[in-house]
Write a protein that binds this ligand. Sequence first.
Ligand code: 5RP
Length: 294
Amino acid sequence: MADQDGIQDTQKYFVDIPMASEPFTLRGSNSRDWGFKNRLSNIFHHETGKTVMLAIDHGYFLGPTAGLERVDLTIVPLLPYADTLMCTRGILRSTIPPTFTKGIVLRSSGGPSILKELSNEEIAVDIEDAVRLNVAAMAVQVFIGGEHETKSVHNMTRLVDIGNRYGIPVMGVTAVGKDMVRDAKYMRLAARICAELGAAYVKTYYVAEGFDTVTASCPVPIVIAGGKKLPEQDALKMAYRAVQQGAAGVDMGRNIFQSEAPAAMIQAVGKVVHENRNPEEAYDVYRTLKSETK
Ligand code: 5RP
């Protein structure tokens, strides 16, 4: 208990200075509770409002994906350059050092492997475990137009309800089936459904035509997946165009960890996302860093 003998008169009221009340500027999130916003701030950088999420959750249906065979050797060295890591709880517990204090986005749906119908997912984590792991958000796949569309949407809405109870945001991950057209019309539909049903933010793919209409019509932030491995310059162009057209960053996997120089690539992506560097400048950064690491 504080020593009562030493109590001083209170004087510092600064009565002429109104108390600051900062708005929370992340798109669509101002009316959320403190813990929820604090977690989002562990994903989206408070100055730029954007994020470089490193996605390494592919093993949840693909097994040991190229570039992720040894997460300890290939991914852990990249952590200092990521704003957030998206992974499964298996990889988190077994391989990611608990000294990593940035946001973890936990893969929270799963079930079928690449050998089966992928849209047939279930919720794959208990909220108590997400809390125990101190995650910044939970990620759930949503298969709009897919065979198990309703079930996957229901997975998301259930996670949103549970997450809201504990102040944990949900990222809706729009999964485009093989036989669907990956265009702005589809992305608008899928992203908007995720947002309407409570996702705090949404992951889509970048589309060359009309991506700005996807971000404009989605009331919460959109991050883009990288998709299949592209030449580094093309991946940087895609990230640049997405951010210039309203994306709040990337949730990029293969284009980073399958790059010839993953540490150089993730830093170059950071230049595009946080510093608005154009793809040519960012590619120069990539080449310089790549040559330094040889
Ligand atoms: C898997 C995912 C991946 O995290 C997502 O596709 C990002 O990885 P990549 O940039 O390699 O596409 O959600 O379902």
